[in-house]
Design a binder for this molecule. Structure first.
Ligand SMILES: Cc1cc2nc3c(=O)[nH]c(=O)nc-3n(C[C@H](O)[C@H](O)[C@H](O)COP(=O)(O)OP(=O)(O)OC[C@H]3O[C@@H](n4cnc5c(N)ncnc54)[C@H](O)[C@@H]3O)c2cc1C
Length: 342
């Protein structure tokens, strides 16, 4: 609700549907408990540990905290880091009202940011960095000399490129940290229906039932986000999609379609039956983000060389693997290379 903070939170909790009063009060108890911990639960705690410590009911965990944890950390509550989760809650649910706005892009993410950024710089698309030699005078990239560089690739790639230079510099701690990340998949099933079909909301939660391969967590109605040219286009998204990544693609596609049709039929808004599916395309990004587990050692942006900085959502941003973290990391990398501009 567009009320000044913290009234917006109180109003949201009061108006939330599907929760008992006891559960609503329990959400407030968790927020108060986290505030009392200065938003820094013990480093080794998982999200589930934190939720049980603050006596959150199974319904609350299933309907609110687990979906939020999966969406923000791409890691299940049973294994996700309570410290990273608390940081997300602090920065989105406290402070000014705008902090808790949910932003849904009306255009695809490439058009929204990277394409616009690319127009301001010289891009060299398809140019894979295969060799990187940093020194105090500059950085040689594929045998071309640059004054300085920001290495903004996933940690496993950074480890490969920097393996020899880091060993020579005696920085094996950084090398080990780059190699220590584990990763979690995200799956997206894009559906094109034979006829337009409008959902009551642009983004709706699905009930997950893994025993029936109903792994879908969120359903997006593209027409409501990107305009009527996308009428009848849906996306079913699953975070921490290890179940999907291990299964037969055709079976999973059919099970996800079945899940959407079944849950739509049961929705109180009495939706018309889901039209036939004209086309379905399943994308599984196996290493979508790093697993946001407790006790991770995340590298800083600096390296043993003043000419080379690291950037990526996996650096020590205090955030899980999200766009906000990547942006903060990029800014910090720029400061490392040019402290005068900070
Ligand atoms: C399916 C999916 C859904 C997601 N949904 C969300 C979301 O809803 N909200 C959110 O906040 N975050 C989301 N994320 C996470 C978000 O995309 C990442 O946090 C963000 O992209 C990380 O940015 P980055 O700059 O650290 O790394 P990346 O975006 O991974 O960029 C690294 C780049 O390095 C390039 N590269 C690698 N090796 C080389 C090489 N040798 N030479 C040249 N280039 C190289 C890669 O091609 C890549 O473009 C999602 C991720 C996925 C996969």
């Amino acid at each position: 609700p567009r009320l000044p903070a913290p009234l917006h939170m109180a109003a949201a909790i009061l108006r939330a549907r599907g929760l008992t009063w006891k559960d609503r009060l329990a959400t407030l108890r968790l927020m108060r408990g986290l505030k009392a911990m200065s938003w820094t639960p013990p480093r080794e705690w998982t999200v589930l540990h934190l939720l049980h410590y603050h006596a959150q009911s199974d319904t609350l965990i299933r309907q609110i905290w687990e979906p939020l944890c999966l969406a923000a950390l791409n890691t299940p509550a049973a294994t996700a880091s309570a410290a990273l989760f608390a940081r997300v809650l602090r920065d989105s649910l406290t402070g000014s009202r705008e902090n808790s706005d949910m932003l849904l892009p009306c255009t695809d993410l490439s058009a929204l940011w990277p394409d616009a950024a690319a127009r301001q710089v010289t891009m060299r698309y398809g140019n894979t960095v295969r060799q990187l030699r940093p020194s105090s005078e500059g950085v040689d990239i594929n045998q071309e000399r640059f004054d300085a560089a920001v290495l903004a690739v996933p940690p496993a790639f950074a480890a490969r490129l920097l393996d020899a230079p880091l060993r020579e510099a005696g920085a094996t701690g950084l090398l080990d940290a780059l190699k220590a990340f584990e990763y979690m998949p995200i799956a997206t099933l894009n559906l094109r229906l034979q006829d337009p079909w409008r959902l009551p909301e642009p983004m709706m939660m699905l009930r997950e039932e893994s025993a029936r391969d109903h792994y879908g967590q969120w359903l997006f109605d593209r027409a409501q986000l990107a305009g009527d040219t996308k009428a009848g286009e849906l996306a079913v998204v699953t975070s921490a999609a290890t179940g999907i990544a291990e299964r037969n693609r055709q079976q999973i596609t059919e099970a996800l379609i079945d899940q959407v049709a079944e849950q739509a039929a049961r929705h109180p808004a009495r939706l018309p039956a889901m039209p036939e599916v004209a086309a379905a395309e399943l994308f599984i990004e196996k290493r979508a983000t790093f697993a946001a587990v407790p006790g991770l050692t995340r590298p800083l942006n600096s390296t043993p060389w003043p000419t080379l900085a690291l950037a990526g959502d996996w650096t020590d941003t205090g955030y899980p693997g999200v766009l906000e973290g990547a942006v903060r990391s990029g800014l910090q990398a720029a400061r490392v290379l040019n402290p005068a501009a900070a």
